[in-house]
Design a protein around this ligand. Structure first.
Ligand code: ATP
Ligand code: MN
Length: 462
């Protein structure tokens, strides 16, 4: 018989029909007359209740059914007698695929802490919490592709292995096939990379932006959506060593267009999740964060504040608030500063622009004041920075001057400078950290809990 997914079982026309379901047991309870099994197959947060009439089944038949075991059940789908559910299955046949020993199965009991589940990362997708998070993550990924596709952006795949190490967005992981126990050396004692796989040093990318600009200045509007790697040794609840980033890049957009795109984009994703992952969001709100749904709706329904860095710093200085890190013009804002502006001062998301050029990347468009660049960070409640972007410097001479000023080697940059040498245009883009968006939408507080297999310092289990 054809299997029905549990997410599909609630459709009214199935009531009274014989159905086949397969899944994993969440709980079993009951007495010697009747036994109830809550079955979940991952397609939805909702379990289906299977009712075993003990005149048709024996104690021995049901004994292997413990939390975590896997079943195939066929039976009649009927309206439920029990509270809180609309339908249940009266079991007629039972096949047990696999058992899960009560003493060994780590998820035997309910209510494990998120910390405990991080240690059991290989099994935690089977919990209600991680099932909900992973389905929301999928829904957001789908919304992202849909948003850009509907607006005529092209999905561009930028390289994960790169030989340019000047993006400056973070420390890089080196990629090599050299034998680290016997590294070939040049006469001057340095590593002889001519013998390495690519014949020169290579690393994992920290951002697809520079290559994204090559796409935007050809296709007009592109976006990337792929993994990025940063070897930053920062054990924070908002940083991963391997995370996913979405980077749209658009020819002819200035920073104002760029801000509007960022705001429309992020609101679209949140609205999409509210509509298409409602069950899972409601579950997480109930379990972890009662204000979650209000917070999501509030972000969608308010305009984001637009403010210069200089004005932002003045508000922070004049707030009288005591911060752990000092705040002054020129300082790189910390998460506590960003969150103060968003959560205390404006009570909605803020887009901060025109940062000092010293704390931003070389490719950002230089303002006429000689001090600031046309950067924009989108700051969110609970998160701090969720998006970082800018209008790009399109003048070949100004870009080259900045590259030389910072001592970035030309051998790394010639291909990038060609975008400004041949048919240069104003253009802008930004990077959204996917996990920071998933954090916001799920209401989770640790970024390790919104990616299936987190990689952080000293943590790379499988
Ligand atoms: P932060 O200051 O929070 O470390 P950043 O300014 O270094 O971030 P960008 O280079 O602007 O980050 O990257 C674009 C976006 O990627 C950020 O706005 C953030 O959402 C996300 N991001 C950056 N680093 C990480 C990381 N290590 N783990 C997860 N997401 C990240
Ligand atoms: Mn940034």
């Amino acid at each position: 018989m054809k299997r029905t997914k549990i997410s599909e079982i609630w459709s009214p026309e199935l009531l009274g029909q014989k159905v086949c379901v397969k899944g994993w047991v969440r709980t079993r309870r009951g007495n010697k007359h009747v036994q109830f099994v809550a079955l979940n197959d991952g397609s939805t947060i909702k379990n289906i209740q299977i009712v075993f009439d003990m005149e048709k089944f024996s104690e021995d038949d049901l004994k292997p059914i413990t939390t975590g075991s896997s079943l195939h059940v066929e039976g009649l789908l009927v309206e439920s007698q029990g509270k809180g559910q609309t339908a249940e299955i009266q079991a007629e046949t039972l096949e047990i695929y696999g058992t899960a020993d009560v003493n060994d199965y780590p998820l035997q009991k309910k209510g494990h802490t998120l910390e405990f589940l991080r240690e059991k990362a290989h099994l935690r997708p089977r919990t209600n919490t991680f099932g909900a998070i992973l389905r929301i993550r999928h829904t957001l990924a789908f919304a992202i592709h849909k948003f850009f596709n509907d607006r005529g952006f092209f999905y561009l795949n930028t390289p994960l292995i790169t030989s340019s190490d000047c993006e400056g967005a973070g420390a890089m992981f080196q990629v090599t096939t050299l034998d680290l126990n016997n590294v070939p050396k040049c006469e001057d004692g340095k590593v002889d990379y001519s013998q390495d796989f690519f014949g020169k040093p290579a690393s994992l990318t920290v951002s697809g932006q520079l290559e994204g600009e090559l796409g935007a200045t050809a296709l007009g509007a592109i976006y990337t959506f792929g993994p990025t790697f940063r070897a930053e040794n920062s054990n924070t609840p908002r940083h991963l060593a391997e995370f996913w980033m979405i980077e749209p890049e658009v020819a002819f957009n200035d920073i104002t267009d760029n801000m509007q795109l960022a705001e429309d984009f992020i609101k679209y994703c949140i609205s999409y999740a509210l509509e298409h992952a409602a069950d899972d969001i409601e579950f997480l709100a109930k379990m972890y964060d009662e204000e979650l749904i209000d917070r999501l709706k509030s972000v969608v329904s308010h305009d984001f504040v637009r403010l210069t860095y200089t004005e932002g710093v003045r508000i922070l200085e004049e707030s009288g608030h005591k911060f752990e890190f000092p705040v002054y013009w020129g300082a790189d804002l910390q998460s506590e500063h960003e969150r103060f502006l968003v959560e205390e001062h404006f009570k909605r998301p803020v887009i901060l622009t025109d940062y000092p050029k010293e704390i931003k990347a070389f490719y950002m468009k230089q303002n006429d004041d000689g001090k600031t660049v046309r950067a924009m960070d989108v700051l969110f409640p609970k998160i701090g920075e969720i998006i970082g972007g800018s209008e790009r410097e399109e003048s070949y001479d100004k870009l080259l001057a900045r590259i030389n000023e910072l001592g970035i080697p030309m051998k790394d940059m010639w291909w990038y400078l060609d975008t400004r040498r041949f048919g240069t245009v104003p253009h802008s883009g930004f990077g959204l950290g996917f996990e920071r968006l998933v954090l916001f939408v799920t209401g989770m507080t640790n970024i390790r809990d919104v990616i299936p297999f987190p990689r952080t310092p000293n943590n790379c289990e499988f």
